[in-house]
Ligand binder design. Structure first.
Ligand code: UDP
Length: 414
């Protein structure tokens, strides 16, 4: 199935009121310099997950700018995707058992794809480990091969990383999402932060009626201040810690807590976590546990906009897009000082960082009682995201990345 990239989506000009004219002009100038170059993106799915979300927006934007960009996916069966899921976990540091023939099967499916896919273009932009071995085709296809790593490989199972690395180092360059996600490589390395789309359902402006409709749907009265955490039900997001912090705050300030998130079919632990969260919450009518189906973007947007304080009390975190979404909405954020959160939350400037349940409770209380400070943080947080973490900046970085392959030691003049 091909993902339809031409359904009604925002055009680049729709972003002008948000980002201004000059960035749009820069994008056009950079794109013009790529004239004649064909870019082929390859990943392993058209639907589901952040990589597909970004590509579904990036590819039409590149085309709109006159760059010939395409997007293909590799095909695999269950066995292949079970192996790549284990690779994914192992690259995140989880211990997984592998049989020798699983490596062979992985390579076999990559080889088959490299023969059956229509591989053509000047820049072949391969995303994540699943299609990494397509690089074997580099003698026959393309001028430049780039590998985009969307995951945190800073602390991997070395056996799997070494296997993947042998292929990665045959590329011209590798791109990571944050400094602390990367591994040293022999090839050129680039850092490109993730981004959110301010015009997507998850982030676009909503009317008060739309927000109220979502709150009504879940039977939540907005009169009491809402503290919110949006996250998959995962131990690493520490939902139980959030409840404990909330219980401390509630002793002195009337408020309510919403824990909103889904369980994932590929995460057998999430049901257990949800069960534990329900137990700890007990029958407290001020704790709302919302189990959201996938594609609840408008609901998440409305909950974030209705919240007085947004929490992300993760024990470990990748980049933390929920934080980006909260900051974009001008909300005061209390978040753990871990992973990519620290790129987003500058303590007491764009939000509050915390290191414990008590610390989280203290910051939530501060923000609930000092509205002026809370609003100031929210304003700064919004500006920080606008400057650094919107999709248009991401698009500019990709254009510069492509150009840098041709202008190695020269400056690129805008
Ligand atoms: N999200 C969602 N539904 C849920 C929970 C989370 O759509 O039930 C979204 C959330 O709004 C964010 C992304 O999934 O856009 C989670 O990204 P993040 O980097 O915060 O955490 P991850 O889940 O990747 O560890």
């Amino acid at each position: 199935m091909d993902r339809d990239l031409h359904t009604k989506r925002p055009k680049l000009r729709d972003y002008e009121p948000i980002i201004g004219k000059s960035l749009l002009e820069e994008l056009k100038i950079l794109a013009d310099k790529l004239s004649g170059k064909r870019i082929l993106n390859i990943n392993s799915t058209y639907i589901g997950g952040g990589v597909a979300e970004i590509l579904a927006r990036m590819v039409p934007f590149l085309n709109e700018l006159g760059v010939d960009a395409k997007w293909s996916v590799i095909k695999g069966d269950n066995e292949f995707f079970n192996i790549t899921k284990k690779f994914h976990n192992a690259l995140h540091g989880k211990r997984e058992e592998f049989k020798e023939d699983e490596f062979e099967y992985f390579l076999e499916i990559n080889r088959k794809n490299s023969e059956e896919m229509e591989l053509s273009g000047d820049i072949i932009f391969v995303h994540d480990p699943q299609p990494v071995a397509l690089i074997k085709k580099r003698e026959q296809v393309g001028e430049k091969w780039l590998w985009r790593c969307h995951i945190d490989v800073s602390n991997p199972d070395e056996r799997i990383w070494n296997f993947i690395k042998d292929y990665v180092e045959q590329y011209d360059a590798a791109v990571f999402s944050a400094p602390n996600f990367a591994k040293m490589l022999k090839i050129r390395m680039f850092l490109i932060y993730p981004s959110i789309d301010p015009l997507s359902n998850k982030n676009k402006e909503l009317s008060e009626e739309q927000i109220n409709a979502v709150l009504d749907k879940y039977g939540i009265d907005r009169k009491k201040p809402i503290i919110l955490q949006v996250s998959r039900f995962d131990y690493l997001k520490d939902p139980v810690g959030v409840i404990k912090a909330f219980e401390i705050v509630r002793k002195s300030i009337p408020c309510q807590l919403i824990l909103a998130g889904g369980t994932a079919t590929d995460d057998p632990e999430s049901d257990k976590v949800l069960e534990e969260v329900r137990q700890v919450a007990g029958k407290n009518p001020d704790i709302h546990i919302l189990l959201l189906p996938p594609d609840s973007d408008i609901e998440i947007n409305a909950l974030q906009r209705a919240a007085k304080v947004i929490v992300q009390k993760s024990l470990k975190e990748g980049f933390g897009l929920t934080v980006t979404e909260a900051l974009w909405k001008g909300k005061p954020v209390v978040a753990s000082a871990v992973g990519g959160i620290m790129l987003q939350v500058k303590h007491k400037i764009t939000g509050m960082l915390c290191h414990s349940i008590e610390g989280a409770a203290y910051s939530i209380r501060t923000l609930l009682t000092n509205q002026e400070f809370a609003q100031w943080l929210g304003k700064n947080g919004h500006a920080h995201v606008k400057q650094n973490f919107l999709i248009t900046r991401h698009l500019k970085d990709y254009l510069l990345l492509f150009l840098s392959q041709y202008y190695k030691d020269e400056l690129i003049y805008l």
